[in-house]
Design a protein around this ligand. Structure first.
Ligand code: C5P
Length: 393
C-alpha cells in the first residue's frame, strides 16, 4: 500500500523511541523507503546503527555532515511525508519556535511534505500550558498529530503521554499519503458538543459524544481528503491523519471554522448550543442562604452552518445535521432552505442516538429524502463519504 513512498522519520529523545524501530519495519513491509534522522536526544535511546540496520539506509544525525553529503534541503524535498516519532516536549517547543539549530529542525522548516507528529512524554509535561501552547501553534501551522495515548508510563505513573502504537502510526501515515478519490480536497468537519460557561466552574452542554462527526472525519481522510476536524469537548481519540482543532464554545467553533477556510467540503455534525449565558460570571456564583435561585440571562449563539453556507468562501458542498425529536423530515426540509446548505442529514434523537454507537438517518437534498436503515455511525460516515465522492465525480 505504501509501495514506492518515501518516508523521512525523525526520532527525538524519548524512552518510547524503540517503537520507531517497529514502525520502520511496518513501513518497509508495505514497500516504503524510510530514511531516518536521529536527534541528539534520540541517540540517547536508540543507536544510529540499529536505525541504519532496520531502515537499510544511512542514518543522518549531524547537520554539518548531512550538509556535506546530501543537504537538508534535498532530504526535506525527497520526503513524501515527514514523521516525527517520538516527538519529545523539547522537540515540540523547538518546532513551534521554528528553531533550525540541528538537522531535524532544518528539515522541518524546509519540507513541503505533510508532517505527522507523534508526541511522547510524561503526562505532566504533556499537560503543561507551554506544551499545550506549542501544540496549538503547530496545529495552526497545519501539522498533523497522532496521540499521545493514555496509559502507563515508563515511570510508575499513568496518563496521556504514551507514544501511539506503531500500527496506529502506520495507519495515520497511510491516511496522509492516501491517493483516494477525495485527494486534493480539503474537508472541514465539526463534531461534539459545545460548552457554554455560566461561571468559572459551570457550563451548559448537551449529550453529543462526537462519535458521528469523528467517524465522518476519519472516513473522508481515508478517501484521501485533507481533513480539519473542529471538535468540542469529547472523550474520543483524534482520528488518525486528521488535523484536530479543539474548541469549547460555539463562538470559538465558528472562529476555528472560518480560519480553516477555504475548503471544498464542510460537514457540520457538531451539536452546537443554540444559546449561551449572556454574561459569564467572573467568579463562581454563590448559593446565599435565604435567597432565590439565580436567573440565567441567555443570548443567541452564532449559527455556524448558516454563516459558512453564506460565506464569501462558501465550500462547494455544505452538509448540515438536524437532530430532531419530532417531525424529523419536515423540520429537515425547512432547515435545508433556512440554512442555505446543500444536504441535511436528519436524525431522530428521541431514542439512544446521542452517545450511542448507531444512527438511523435520512439524507435530505433538493432532490428529495432517502431513508437509511439503522447502522453503526462508522457506516453512516462511509455511506455519506461515498455520496460526497459521487457529488464531486
Ligand atoms: O438549527 P439546528 O441546531 O437544529 O441545526 C442543526 C445544524 O446546524 C447542525 O448541522 C449543527 O451543526 C448546525 N448548527 C450550527 N451552529 C449553531 C446551531 C446549529 O452550526 N449555532
Amino acid at each position: 500500500m505504501l509501495h514506492g513512498r518515501k518516508i523521512l522519520l525523525i526520532v527525538s529523545g524519548s524512552v518510547a523511541a524503540f517503537k520507531a524501530l517497529m514502525l520502520v519495519r511496518l513501513l518497509r513491509a508495505e514497500g516504503a523507503t524510510v530514511r531516518a534522522v536521529l536527534t541528539a536526544g534520540g541517540a540517547r535511546f536508540v543507536t544510529k546503527e540499529s536505525l541504519a540496520a532496520i531502515t537499510g539506509e544511512a542514518v543522518q544525525d549531524d547537520l554539518w555532515a548531512a550538509e556535506a553529503e546530501i543537504g537538508h534541503i534535498r532530504l526535506a524535498r525527497w520526503a513524501d511525508v515527514v514523521v516525527v516519532a517520538p516527538a519529545s516536549a523539547n522537540r515540540l517547543a523547538q518546532m513551534a519556535q521554528g528553531l533550525a539549530e540541528d538537522l531535524a529542525g532544518c528539515i522541518l522548516l524546509a519540507t513541503r511534505a505533510p508532517v505527522l507528529v507523534a508526541p511522547a512524554m510524561n503526562p505532566a509535561m504533556w499537560a503543561h500550558p507551554a506544551t499545550r501552547a506549542n501544540i496549538a501553534t503547530l496545529a495552526a501551522h497545519g501539522l498533523h498529530f497522532i496521540g499521545p495515548e493514555d496509559g502507563p508510563m515508563a515511570e510508575p505513573e499513568s496518563g496521556p503521554g504514551r507514544l501511539s502504537e506503531p500500527a496506529a502510526m502506520l495507519f495515520a501515515i497511510r491516511t496522509l499519503l492516501a491517493s483516494g478519490p477525495l485527494s486534493g480536497k480539503h474537508a472541514l468537519v465539526t463534531s461534539g458538543p459545545t460548552h457554554e460557561p455560566i461561571d468559572p466552574v459551570r457550563y451548559i452542554a448537551n449529550r453529543s459524544s462526537g462519535k458521528q462527526g469523528h467517524a465522518i472525519a476519519a472516513a473522508l481522510a481515508a478517501l484521501g481528503a485533507r481533513v480539519t476536524l473542529v471538535s468540542g469537548p469529547v472523550a474520543l481519540a483524534d482520528p488518525p491523519g486528521v488535523r484536530v482543532l479543539r474548541v469549547e464554545t460555539a463562538r470559538e467553533m465558528l472562529a476555528a471554522c472560518e480560519a480553516a477556510l477555504p475548503a471544498e467540503i464542510a460537514i457540520f455534525a457538531a451539536a452546537v448550543a443554540d444559546w449561551r449565558v449572556a454574561r459569564e460570571a467572573g467568579q463562581k456564583l454563590k448559593k446565599q442562604p435565604g435567597t432565590e435561585a439565580p436567573m440565567l440571562n441567555m443570548a443567541l449563539n452564532p449559527d455556524i452552518l448558516a454563516t459558512i453556507s453564506t460565506h464569501a468562501q462558501r465550500p462547494k458542498l455544505v452538509v448540515g445535521f438536524a437532530a430532531e425529536t419530532e417531525h424529523v423530515l419536515e423540520h429537515a426540509r425547512q432547515k435545508l432552505a433556512r440554512k442555505a446548505c446543500d444536504w441535511i442529514v436528519a436524525n431522530d434523537v428521541s431514542g439512544d442516538v446521542m452517545g450511542g454507537a448507531e444512527n438511523a438517518v435520512h439524507l435530505v437534498t433538493a432532490e428529495g429524502a432517502e431513508d437509511w436503515p439503522r447502522m453503526p455511525k462508522e457506516e453512516v460516515a462511509a455511506r455519506l463519504s461515498a455520496r460526497i465522492v459521487e457529488f464531486f465525480a
